[in-house]
Design a protein around this ligand. Structure first.
Ligand SMILES: Nc1ncnc2c1ncn2[C@@H]1O[C@H](COP(=O)(O)OP(=O)(O)OP(=O)(O)O)[C@@H](O)[C@H]1O
Length: 742
């Protein structure tokens, strides 16, 4: 059972060396291991084993059996604790080929030394490299990569804007020439037309609507007054994006002090917002949920003067999660009957959504930057012709990668990648997308404890000499969310662990890498996530983690003209060779063979995983946190849309392996009856077989919607649970009563 277990003696007693031989005496454990090797050699081992066959063996078991079993000194008692819980349950009986070969001898269940000659226990970590599914090569289909030119040579001066507005663009926003989307959109909006605008992420869509709105409002006669209330309403899907758009309007409106911008967003105090609404806000930026809340509960909100409605990230705002809210907002705006300009913008507007949007717009003009003069299509003869509306444009200077990693190795692989970029390279800024708030919290705590040398949690930044971790998700208090958003915007290097709450629209400067640790729910969300880097013509890179069973997602992306190049898991793990904290049992010598190098990498990965597991199992609280994170990950996994269920189905997940990626040694029992797992992987195989025969339960439309809502809730996007909403509504009404009586 523990043939490939790494045995670590937790003693930290100094070793005495034999001066004559220049060797230290063998411990009992080593003698025992040596004896075992000798007997193995005598009985079953082939003396002239080729290096290729050795290599195969490494590949099969993840451990080189000829390697010396040398007890290791732990780094700290808390990290290498007294723990002998070994193989994960799920491994048992799973890969009989790896277990049964007669050549592979197993350690006796309880070696005499297991409690050590000094009564010291050993830690055994089950192999990370055994019983994993095979990793086939990624074959990313050839695609016609659609490109959009970001900049034009045209200046803002050409647009006949107010000179103070042009000066503000130059001096405050530091922009001189127009981007393609601005060149196409601004004149059209200034002419009074409605528009549906699609252009790649980070191409300047915010100014494309911000400039015409400000130009229009500053020229209004009679002059705009605060008491006019909202003249422009901007709806965005997340609070941080609301804040970002608000800040942009604050800058643009600097010379026009009589026009007041304001932001309403969930998490802020309603009372303060009501007071601001009473005073008067002319450019109102809001998340849909909070605006609906005010429409229903704030008497002083009036839309009689609204002349502009902007839906930024319109496809997100129009999709199921916010549809109801949007209907309430449109009804409130339409009730006034005033002529209004409507603008929808996103990097991923599809024709379907444009049609839906056109219901509430009058003869909108569609602007697709990739269509027309600015478009360049890289010809690829093998690629199938693609309808342009199906293809998404990603920034030209974005290098997109995919790495295929079995579940068990996810955690160490992410850790190795973070160390490689942020510890051993300079000025790297990473965003890591994770599928649930609980998993973000869990990884933050774990990485701060194990990867950072001197953890400190005094501020929003969880820091060490070289690693600065931040986190952003929907279960955080709003003040903290805002603080993190501002801090991460300004930092030069750091790692933001976040949910999809940061996927849309956020303009965080100098982000160098986007890591999708959990795959996105769609190609659309993929485009928005990677769009947090390589903005406005800059360079950037992205890395998508997939398990072997999820590899078909590469084809889904290819169907939208997105092509990825493969990064090898082994290459990422090899970065652990730079970190001596995780070195293996033997003395590493760089002159040794490639196989020995690989062996050392695997040992280091195992040491790192052991540290993670020891941390998780050190006390009940951390154990519960890990279980809760695993559960939330599984729940999020059930929310992939039906079109992707053939790739991301909860039944194809190996629960034991997934548990390992949360530092859990075993798959926890009773994770929730609603979460079904791969019956073949289930310990209770009979039950599993029965379940396997049953077709997956077909969800009703209502259930699918509720799943989707739950996924938003998990990721912290402006969705709120029903009960939470009810509680908030009640509180809002109470506040309203208080403020009206005051
Ligand atoms: N003409 C310009 N010249 C230089 N920089 C610009 C110009 N227009 C906008 N920018 C800057 O480019 C960055 C990205 O702009 P913005 O956030 O509006 O992109 P976007 O297209 O809305 O992206 P996303 O689709 O991700 O929301 C911002 O920092 C903005 O200040």
């Amino acid at each position: 059972m523990a043939e490939d277990a790494l045995m670590i003696n937790i003693s930290s007693a100094p070793e005495k060396f034999n001066k004559k031989t220049n060797r230290r005496p063998l411990s009992t454990a080593e003698k025992w291991a040596q004896k075992k090797r000798e007997s193995k050699r005598k009985t079953v081992f082939e003396p002239q084993e080729s290096s290729a066959s050795k290599q195969r063996k490494i590949n099969q078991t993840g451990q080189q059996h000829t390697h010396k079993q040398k007890p290791q000194t732990p780094r700290s008692p808390s990290q290498r604790s007294n723990n002998r819980d070994t193989e994960e349950n799920a491994d048992q009986g799973e890969n009989s080929a790896a277990k049964s070969p007669s050549k592979v001898k197993t350690f006796p269940k309880k070696a005499p030394e297991e409690h050590g000659d000094h009564g010291r226990p050993f830690i055994k970590t089950s192999s990370l490299f055994r019983n994993n599914p095979e990793i086939p090569d990624v074959l990313s289909p050839a695609v016609n990569q659609v490109k959009e030119k970001v900049f034009t040579s045209n200046m803002f001066e050409e647009l006949n804007l107010h000179p103070h507005l042009v000066a503000t663009l130059h001096k405050v926003l530091n922009v001189t020439s127009m981007t393609s989307v601005q060149k196409k959109t601004i004149p059209l909006l200034l002419s009074g037309k409605d528009a549906v605008v699609r252009s790649q992420t980070g191409s300047g869509k915010t100014l494309a609507y911000g400039i015409p709105v400000v130009q229009f409002l500053q020229g209004m006669q009679p002059k705009v007054k605060r008491s006019d209330g909202p003249l422009a309403v901007v709806i965005v899907p997340t609070r941080e994006l609301a804040l970002q758009s608000f800040q942009m309007f604050q800058k643009l409106l600097k010379p026009f002090t009589w026009i007041v911008p304001g932001v309403l967003m969930g998490g802020e105090k309603r009372k303060a917002e009501k007071a601001r609404l009473r005073k008067g806000i002319n450019v109102l930026i809001s998340t849909p949920g909070r605006l609906v809340d005010h429409i229903k509960n704030t008497l002083s909100i009036a839309f009689s003067a609204v002349r502009w409605l902007i839906l930024d990230e319109a496809d997100r705002t129009l999709d199921l999660g916010f549809e109801k809210d949007l209907t309430v907002i449109l009804n409130a705006l339409n009730a006034t009957g005033l002529a209004r300009q409507n603008v929808l913008l996103s990097a991923t507007l599809t024709e379907g959504l444009s049609r839906l949007a056109s219901i509430s717009m009058k003869e909108p003009v569609t602007i697709h930057v990739s269509e027309g003069s600015e478009e360049t299509v890289e010809a690829c003869p093998q690629a199938a012709p693609q309808a342009l509306s199906d293809s998404y444009v990603v920034p030209e200077r974005l290098q997109q990668h995919v790495v295929v990693v079995p579940s068990k190795l996810h955690l160490v692989c992410l850790a190795a990648f973070i160390l490689a970029k942020c510890k051993f390279e300079q000025r790297q800024k990473l965003i890591v997308f994770i599928s649930s708030c609980e998993a973000v919290e869990f990884l933050l705590t774990l990485f701060t404890a194990i990867l950072c040398e001197k953890p400190s949690t005094t501020s929003t930044k969880h820091t060490s000499a070289s690693l600065n971790f931040y986190r952003l998700h929907g279960n955080m208090r709003q003040e903290e969310r805002t603080e993190v958003f501002q801090e991460f915007s300004q930092c030069k290097t750091g790692i933001l662990l976040c949910t999809d709450v940061a996927a849309r629209g956020l303009d965080l400067p100098q982000v160098t890498w986007i890591v999708q640790y959990n795959p996105p729910v769609s190609a659309v969300e993929y485009v928005h996530r990677v769009g947090r880097t390589a903005r406005i013509g800059a360079q950037g890179s992205s890395l998508l983690f997939l398990t072997p069973s999820e590899m078909a997602f590469v084809d889904v992306l290819a169907n939208h003209n997105i092509s990825l190049s493969e990064m090898k898991m082994e290459d990422i793990l090899a970065n652990l060779m730079k970190d001596e904290r995780f070195k293996g049992r033997g003395k590493w010598d760089s002159k040794r063979s490639a196989a020995a190098f690989e062996q050392e990498v695997r040992e280091r990965a195992t040491v790192l995983q052991t540290d993670f597991e020891n941390y998780v199992h050190a006390n009940n609280e951390s154990l519960q946190t890990a279980k809760c994170a695993l559960q939330s990950f599984l729940r999020a996994y059930t929310t992939y849309p039906s079109s992707l269920k053939h790739i991301f189905h909860i039944r194809s997940l190996h629960l034991g392996h997934a548990a390992k990626s949360f530092g859990l040694r075993d798959a926890p029992q009773g994770l929730g009856s609603s979460i079904t797992t791969n019956p073949a992987n289930s310990k209770d195989s009979k039950k599993g077989k029965d379940k396997a025969k049953r077709p997956p339960k077909k969800l009703t439309a209502k259930e699918r919607v509720s799943n989707l809502m739950r996924s938003e809730y998990l990721s912290g996007i402006d969705g709120e649970s029903k009960s939470k909403k009810k509680r908030k509504k009640k509180k809002g009404q109470e506040e309203e009563e208080q403020s009206t009586t005051a």
